[in-house]
Design a protein around this ligand. Structure first.
Ligand code: ADP
Ligand code: MG
Length: 329
């Protein structure tokens, strides 16, 4: 089984940033309000993610690290309308098969915590361990037992950069959650939680924290609904002259994705009203019935497939075209 998990890890775990992504997404799925992220040596030596979410019962710990055991969907019907970030049940077993791994937790409403260690896929015994409500996952020495993968890891700064970029992407979508990051024992970043925002994603503070005040000052706020679709967020106006292709954030039902068709719609709307040839900078959230989008396209879930891709493309194009045209009028 370790071998199968290691093979799966090839798809899910590319580098420390992918581990951080999977673990923080689990924390968010568990309803965490605060997530602490401690890193050493760009995450290669240590990734420790601690959350204050619902936690895991001692007897459920082995399930959490079992392949395709997910608590998030129970049937194919659920998969059709999945609303959690995770659902494939392969992140923890994959990560645990290529690291020295420890899962500690205390379930909400229970008074005892427990811990389970896995060493390169070898599962230990459940042991009692005091723990506040929530979960801590420790991942040490990533790829220590897969030299071929370890060899491809980049310098500490590069790996840290990938983690920070992913956290920025997350922070933009979840201003309601506090994220605290440390690297080699020093606090490096703190994204303060902004309480229970009804309108998730539309936070002025987070926007300027994440993309800079220049972006926040020059961005046009977008908010439009129609055809059971909602597009909201920000797109930079021509006055913003630092736009580049790496300031393009797109979320579908809260999940950061890459989508050529939507990227094209945004670019086209921008070019038609404002500038030809210039990259638009944006943070856009598309919300739609989860049944209209398939998120199970790739193990890392960077991509989605829409039932009615053409309609969505046109909706995004039209919305942005109208919004931008108005600023010109
Ligand atoms: P998935 O997220 O696709 O369900 P994972 O392998 O990432 O699969 O996690 C397996 C299971 O472990 C989850 O379904 C969940 O029940 C449990 N789990 C993992 N991380 C946490 C966490 N931080 N808090 C509570 N439960 C967790
Ligand atoms: Mg998961």
């Amino acid at each position: 089984d370790t071998l199968i998990n290691q093979i799966a890890a090839g798809e899910v775990v590319e580098r420390p940033a992918s581990v951080v992504k999977e673990l923080v997404e689990n924390a968010l799925d568990a309803g965490a309000r605060r997530v602490d992220i401690d890193l050493e040596e760009g995450g290669v030596r240590l990734i420790r993610i601690r959350d204050d979410g619902a936690g895991i019962s001692p007897e459920e710990l082995p399930l959490a690290i079992s392949r395709h055991a997910t608590s998030k969907i129970a049937s194919l019907d659920d998969l059709e309308g999945v609303t959690t970030l995770g659902f494939r049940g392969e992140a923890l077993p994959s990560i645990a098969s290529v690291s020295r791994f420890a899962l500690s937790s205390r379930r909400i409403g229970e008074d005892r915590g427990a811990m389970l260690e896995v060493d390169g896929g070898r599962v230990g015994e459940i042991a009692p361990k005091p723990h506040p409500q929530g979960t801590t996952v420790e991942v040490r020495d990533l790829f220590f037992n897969v030299p071929a993968r370890r060899k491809f890891l980049k310098a500490e700064r590069t790996e840290l950069g990938h983690i920070e970029e992913w956290l920025r992407q997350l922070a933009l979508a979840r201003p309601d959650v506090e994220l605290r990051v440390s690297h080699n024992g020093k606090p490096t970043r703190r994204w303060k939680g902004e309480g229970d925002l009804v309108d998730m994603g539309l936070s002025d503070t987070r926007i300027s924290e994440a993309l800079g005040e220049e972006f926040a000052k020059n961005a046009l706020r977008v908010e439009h609904s129609g055809a059971d679709l909602r597009l909201h967020g920000w797109i930079a106006q021509p006055s913003y002259n630092r736009a580049s292709a790496d300031q393009q954030y797109l979320y579908v039902n809260g999940r950061a994705v890459r989508d050529r068709s939507i990227a094209h719609a945004v670019k086209q709307a921008y070019a038609d009203v404002l500038f030809h040839g210039r990259q638009p900078a944006y943070v856009l959230f598309l919300e739609l019935d989860p049944r209209r989008v398939d998120v199970n396209v790739h193990p890392a879930k960077h991509e989605v497939r829409f039932r009615d891709a053409r309609l969505i493309h046109d909706f995004v194009y039209r919305t942005l075209n109208d919004a931008l045209a108005e600023t010109r009028a």
